[in-house]
Design a protein around this ligand. Structure first.
Ligand SMILES: C[S@@+](CC[C@H](N)C(=O)[O-])C[C@H]1O[C@@H](n2cnc3c(N)ncnc32)[C@H](O)[C@@H]1O
Length: 273
């Protein structure tokens, strides 16, 4: 499978210097925690698409590759392409039907009609060109193929009873918007409508609200994300050191459990011929 390139972009460079860059010492572990929080829902929704052993699948922005590895096991007579603009966390990913490809989804392409299933998790929210990428990805599907998009939604925190946690939500939203053009409300605002606009049918959506303060998988992922964000938040004056400490201390109080974000999974199918 060869990818077609048409230009270079600074989007991947901006991501690579953000608070979620691969180069940060805790990012691999943070993505691992993200997988523990999100993989069960992802697997369930992908299984419901009726994956066949012969399918060709594309995992965009594969991160540490947990979904690509799972898909490769599910499609022993097909193949899986796992892409990322930085493939350093994918070096140990290996299976006869699995290809790891360094590929910038903003500037590069695939031949039309290449895949039965395309999945991207927590990628599009991080790309300012997210809707252009959607339109392009649809062309990579075979007729009848599925596109499954997952992204975070920070709107649950708007209704938090804890002002300091609402401040955390606003501060992180601003930090990632300024650093690499992320939009943590795009999924809530535009899914599944954006999938309909690029011609997909049989649309669906699944929303799961994540919790913090209860010591579970969501809590671990949130705390590590906030720890990674701390220097950026404080350096840019989005939170003071005292506010940061107060917010994190609040999460340790037994009576405090909050819902800092949701995971939105939306899917649609390219019309069969
Ligand atoms: C928040 S991580 C999510 C990783 C993985 N999808 C998961 O859910 O665990 C976003 C991933 O997208 C990759 N990425 C960022 N910009 C990209 C681009 N322009 N093209 C391809 N991948 C990109 C990052 O390197 C990172 O691995």
């Amino acid at each position: 499978m060869s990818a077609l390139s048409n230009s270079t972009s600074s989007t991947a460079d901006r991501y690579a210097t953000s608070m979620i860059a691969h180069q940060l010492p805790t990012e691999r572990q943070r993505l691992h925690l993200l997988g523990q929080m999100l993989d069960p829902d992802t697997f369930r929704i992908l299984e419901q698409r009726g994956i066949q052993p012969s399918w060709a699948c594309l995992e965009l922005g594969a991160g540490t590759g947990s979904i690509a590895r799972w898909l490769a096991g599910y499609c022993p007579h097909g193949h899986v392409v796992a892409t990322d603009s930085d493939t350093c966390f994918l070096s140990e990913l290996s299976a006869p039907n699995l290809q790891v490809l360094r590929h910038d989804v903003v500037t590069e392409d695939f031949p039309a009609g290449s895949f039965d299933l395309i999945h991207a998790r927590w990628l599009l929210a991080n790309l300012p060109e997210r809707e252009e990428v959607l339109a392009k990805a649809v062309t990579w599907l075979v007729p009848g193929g599925w596109l499954v998009i997952e992204d975070p939604d920070r709107t649950p925190l708007d209704a938090s009873p804890h002002p300091i946690l609402r401040r955390f939500g606003d501060a992180v939203e601003q930090l990632v918007a300024e650093s690499h053009g992320a939009d943590l409300r795009w999924a809530r605002r535009r899914l599944p409508a954006a999938l309909a606009e690029v011609g997909l049918v049989e649309l669906g959506i699944s929303v799961s609200v994540k919790t913090v303060g209860d010591g579970g998988a969501d809590d671990a992922a949130y705390r590590m994300t906030m720890a990674q964000a701390r220097p950026g938040l404080v350096d840019r004056g989005l939170l003071s050191e005292a506010e940061y400490e107060a917010g994190m201390a609040l999460l340790d109080e037994p009576a405090v459990i909050d819902a800092p974000f949701a995971n939105i999974i939306a899917w649609g199918r390219r019309p069969p011929r």
